[in-house]
Design a protein around this ligand. Structure first.
Ligand SMILES: [Zn+2]
Length: 665
């Protein structure tokens, strides 16, 4: 097998290297989310890091990588003898493919053997394989929601649970979680975002010399991987030694109370939600101090930690530039800088050791080692820099000053349903077959395995074959083919995607208030029905995804309240953007059926061909909420409804419909 590309040989990407190194030093930092464009060597560097992690001692023959010193008491391959033979092995690097099945992730129970032989036959999944190593998820934002939930649970608890009917298995699953995503393909749910300790924005360097060096090294590596690795062996050994040293001193690094208060003040200053930010920043600052060979956390450690731990935890608009406003960071640090302390702010010797000093051959960005020591260098080319400066005007689209109408008190809305029977997650909107609801029959399981077992149907299926299978005594002879799973019918949750016209033609303040109130009411309804919601807005120069599909209705309501109105009406762009959102969402959450709610007066005053845009949404259950008002009506929303095959609901009827239905029922 070829050696991994050496970590030290990766050009640039200083922040990413540092974030990975801090995680290698301290398991409490909580992983890294890498955001950025494709083709930036993200997976190369993650593989390179795994090769840098110290080897782990494992119980020989245990498929769950138990530590001989402290085996998992619940290990399915256990119990292990207290002095079981151990073996050293490299820390694992496990990749979770976006299309993985649940069984592949958490492992699979052999139900046939469980039922027929009464043994828990468990085939470990990727979470078991990643235990005490790295779990790498490329395009984590495209991962199926169901897998995301399983992943989140395991990451939070350090334990993987597998439950199938009455059989359950649990085993330890602690891993360094590294995810990558291209934000243009959709955002991550806030819960998953928060689960990553650090985030790094990466982009390929625009510096021609650096780009040339990247290509040169890649050529050299591909031509002769062994030779290339050998040339970098000293660097790699020094890096591994430095990581090991930092790990060894981690426990004795002191976090003075004044620094802790500086951390909490910085987190408060950036208005982050919850306390996780403070914890992660503190752990990262301690890890950075250890990495720098310091025994006490300094301002520089806090700064580096905050820069990596806070960007994804700010309350933010999707239009905000990425990264952290570094001027605000420095201001906050200045305001909270404790009075002169005996602590030594810079300790250039502390990080010493052969080969770990500056001056590595031909290395523009430096490895985690050289870049971490100087905070001033950190801004070098970091996307955060330019970002901070342009903040505030980011959402401006160049037309008239924004007019923000208030929203009224939400009211109850009629139940809008997706036609037919779906197979989405449990919810309270459309008809759906799945794991929940009333059992209406049984069937032969399709695909990966039964989603639950219907015992009566399974026994009935087995009964005719008992003689032929040689049954003698009591006990039924069951085969996998006998297994039947229940067919349940209940309600599923949907993705309710709102496409809201916020153009000038809707701009009369009172009308926009009515629109916002109606959408807010629908959002509230979606929350109660456990739907996912998304919000596309079109006005002025184009359309934008104001809220990528999320389960956080709160976020949707917040966006809606501050939504400005004005400008022309690019209706086609609005529809095209909605079609894009649905296309990505179908990949990520294929069983969740969408419901499109277009809120407009239907008057397109700019942009492309509405007919073509509407055609791209064929097959999607849609509702057009007609916002036209006044004595003379053009009926444009009705025309749009016809094009979309949508139900048309006049805005003012939304509240009335409920009252009518209640009278009727
Ligand atoms: Zn074990």
């Amino acid at each position: 097998m070829n050696p991994a590309y050496p970590f030290s040989a990766v050009v640039g990407l200083a922040d990413l290297k540092l974030a990975l190194v801090l995680n290698a030093v301290s398991s409490r930092v909580g992983g890294v989310l890498v955001r950025g464009e494709k083709g930036t060597a993200k997976s190369t560097i993650v593989r390179a890091l795994a090769a840098q992690l110290p080897q782990v001692a494992v119980v020989a023959g245990c498929r769950f990588h138990c530590d001989p010193g402290a085996p998992d008491p619940g290990c399915p391959d256990g119990p292990h003898e207290p002095d079981a033979a151990g073996a050293l092995r490299a820390a694992s690097l496990v990749e979770l493919p976006v299309g993985a099945s649940e069984d592949r992730l958490v492992g699979s129970l052999d139900l046939e053997r469980a039922l027929t032989e009464g043994v828990k036959a468990f085939e470990p999944g990727l979470l078991a394989a990643a235990h005490r190593g790295v779990l790498y998820v490329d395009e984590v934002n495209l991962l199926h929601d169901h897998l995301v939930d399983l992943l989140l649970d395991a990451a939070a608890l350090g334990v993987c649970y597998v439950e199938r009917e009455t059989v359950s298995i649990r085993h330890a699953a602690r891993f360094l979680l590294v995810g990558t995503m291209n934000p243009e393909e959709g955002e991550l749910r806030p819960q998953l975002l928060d689960r990553f300790g650090l985030t790094v924005e990466v982009r390929a360097t625009r510096e021609p010399d650096e780009r040339a060096e990247v290509v040169r090294r890649r050529f050299a590596f591909d031509a002769d991987p062994e030779g290339f690795a050998a040339r970098w062996a000293a660097e790699e050994a020094a890096l591994a030694a430095r990581i090991a040293r930092a790990r060894a001193v981690l426990g004795s690094v002191r976090l003075p109370d004044s620094r802790l208060r500086q951390i909490t003040a910085v987190c408060a200053g950036f208005e982050v939600d919850g306390l996780r930010a403070d914890l992660v920043t503190a752990h990262a600052a301690v890890a950075h101090a250890a990495w720098q060979g310091r025994d006490v956390v300094t301002r520089e450690d806090v700064r580096v930690a905050a820069r990596l731990a806070l960007p994804h935890r700010r309350r933010r608009d999707p239009f905000d530039a990425p990264g952290l406003d570094e001027r605000l960071l420095d201001e906050l640090l200045d305001q909270t800088e404790p009075p002169e302390d005996p602590e030594n702010p810079e300790d250039p010797d502390g990080s010493g050791g052969p080969g770990s000093g500056p001056g590595r051959p031909g290395e523009p960005g430096g490895s985690g080692g050289s870049d971490g020591s100087g905070g001033s260098e950190a801004g070098d080319g970091a996307p955060g820099d330019a970002a901070g400066a342009s903040e505030g005007s980011a959402s401006g689209s160049g037309d008239r000053p924004h007019d923000v109408a208030a929203a009224g008190v939400p009211f109850r809305v009629p139940v809008l349903k997706v036609a037919g029977v779906g197979a989405g997650v449990a919810g309270r909107r459309s008809s759906g077959r799945g794991r929940h609801g009333r059992t209406i029959g049984a069937r032969v399981p399709a695909g990966a395995g039964p989603a639950g077992i219907d015992l009566p149907a399974t026994l009935l299926a087995a009964a005719p074959h008992q003689l032929r299978r040689g049954r003698r005594g009591p006990g039924l002879v069951l085969k996998r083919d006998d297994l039947r799973e229940p067919v349940r019918e209940g309600r599923e949750g949907n993705l309710v995607l709102f496409v809201v016209d916020a153009s000038g033609s809707m701009g009369a303040r009172r009308r926009m208030t009515a629109v916002k109130t109606a959408v807010l009411s629908l959002l509230l309804d979606a929350y109660q029905r456990r739907d996912k919601v998304g919000l596309v807005v079109f006005r002025g120069a184009g359309a934008m995804v104001a809220l990528p599909p999320t389960s956080s209705v709160e976020a949707g309501a917040a966006r809606l309240r501050t939504l400005p109105t004005g400008g022309r009406t690019p209706l086609a762009e609005g529809l095209a953007t909605a079609a894009d959102v649905l296309r990505v969402e179908r990949l990520r959450d294929p069983d969740r059926r969408p419901l499109l709610v277009v809120v407009t007066d239907g008057r397109a005053t700019s942009g492309g061909d509405v007919t073509r845009a509407a055609a791209a949404l064929a097959g999607v259950t849609s509702v057009v909420v007609d916002c036209e008002s006044g004595p003379v009506r053009l009926g444009m929303a009705q025309a749009l409804a016809v094009r979309l095959g949508a139900r048309l609901l006049p805005l003012e009827s939304l509240g009335d419909l409920v009252r009518d239905r209640r009278k009727a029922g």
